[in-house]
Design a protein around this ligand. Structure first.
Ligand code: PLP
Length: 390
């Protein structure tokens, strides 16, 4: 039996498998932020030396991000988070770019779905939730039919890259090509994939993507939006001229610096990190299948699934009802649906839109480069004990 790892004092370490919710900040990122903490306190809009230093920090960070996603400097804008970016894009597409039809999926993040709901109520925008395949991906024929039916209208397609609950992954190039054919704008919520995939925005037919630093080992409360030049998007916030008038409010200099350090580190060893994570994904899936044959998995087929996220369906029964709670007691952090105020586990709203009925409990395990095979072996053994021991 694999022993739970211990720290220097012999205390059992917890096993954190909820990296899709958020990641710890890497020490190198924290150190880089500390390095500039005492120096870059000037307001970046001030013209004095302190202000100019802060401005330099921001513009250096913009270069790093633009390089990472293959964009030009003028296409990258810093914000507070992914939620803000998604709101900004959808609301401005409707308010300023004349979008009257949005094609999206029922399993987008709430920052997309609730904003779509808002623009439907507020501006009478027609919002279509496209049908999904069993993998959780949008049916491409249904997307093309909807684009063709609406080809006389200004359309926004909003489809996430990697789904945050089940990890299925859209082919951004294929969706983008369809959008280009029918003259639609394309927004992809890439919060789960920035820092884990290569992007070349110059070549990719996508108008807007989004990054959130806390998903790729950077600080919380800072993100960025890519806006393809020439789209004419307008700001969400008014009252300042920061970010070339696109995002008012004094910049989060430390956060932006940390985000850039994190994305640089992600870039430096992206392949080896993703190889490790893919290995963890395949090994844990195989060992769960081997020891508990009745469990099933959610997500895309090979090539259309992010190895960061393993979504597992455990069969119904009294032992699975409080599975997350029992895992937590065992020192293992994973996630499922949202926890309601009573602390009871409620099923994920994403799964009910998949065209396959799943009973029982679904648990999302999400991995990082610091996750070890030993930890996952321990988790598999604990799951087996929780579900089968007499
Ligand atoms: N989009 C996706 C797919 C996410 O997973 C999240 C966070 O969980 C968000 C958007 C929101 O990002 P943020 O926490 O930066 O607001």
């Amino acid at each position: 039996m694999a022993a739970l790892p211990t720290d220097q004092l012999g205390m059992k370490k917890r096993i954190y498998l909820d990296y899709a919710a958020t990641t710890p900040m890497l020490p190198q990122v924290w150190h880089a932020m500390q390095d500039i903490h005492d120096k870059a306190y000037g307001n970046p809009s001030s013209i004095h030396a302190e202000g100019r230093l802060s401005r330099t920090v921001i513009e250096e960070a913009r270069k790093v991000v633009a390089h990472h996603i293959g964009a030009s400097l003028g296409e990258v804008f810093f914000t507070s988070c992914g939620t803000e970016c998604n709101n900004m894009i959808i609301r401005s597409c409707v308010r300023d770019l004349g979008v009257r039809t949005i094609l999206t999926s029922p399993i987008e993040h709430p920052s997309v779905l609730e904003t779509c709901h808002y623009v439907r109520e507020q501006y009478g925008v027609e919002v279509t939730l496209l049908p999904l395949t069993a993998f959780g991906l949008v049916d491409m024929q249904a997307l093309e039919d909807a684009l063709s039916r609406n080809s006389d209208k200004k359309v926004l397609v909003s489809l996430m890259h990697v789904n945050n609950e089940i990890g299925c992954m859209h082919d951004l190039n294929a969706v983008g090509q369809l959008c280009r054919t029918y003259g639609a704008l394309f927004h992809s919520d890439t919060v789960q994939s920035v820092g884990f995939h290569h992007f070349n925005m110059e070549a990719l037919p996508v108008d807007f993507i989004v990054g959130s630093s806390h998903k790729f080992y950077g600080p919380k409360g800072v993100g960025f939006v890519f806006i393809k030049s020439g789209t004419g998007l307008r700001p969400l916030l008014f009252g300042g001229s920061q970010e070339r008038n696109m995002r008012s409010g004094t910049e989060n200099i430390l956060g932006i610096h940390g985000l850039a350090q994190a994305i640089q580190l992600a870039d430096d060893n992206l392949e080896s990190r993703m190889d490790h994570v893919s290995h963890l994904f395949t090994t844990m899936k195989a060992s769960l299948q081997h020891t508990m044959p009745e469990i099933t998995f959610n997500g895309g087929p090979e090539g259309a699934q992010s190895p960061k996220i393993l979504s597992v369906n455990f069969p119904p029964g009294p032992r699975t009802d409080m599975l997350l709670l029992h895992l937590d007691i065992e020192g293992i952090s994973a996630s499922g649906g949202s926890a309601c105020s009573s602390g009871a586990e409620t099923p994920s709203p994403v799964l009910k839109y998949l065209p396959i009925v799943r009973e029982g409990r679904t648990v999302r395990f999400s991995f990082a480069s610091m996750t070890t095979g030993e930890e996952l072996l321990h988790v598999t053994e604990v799951l087996h004990r929780l579900l089968y021991s007499t």
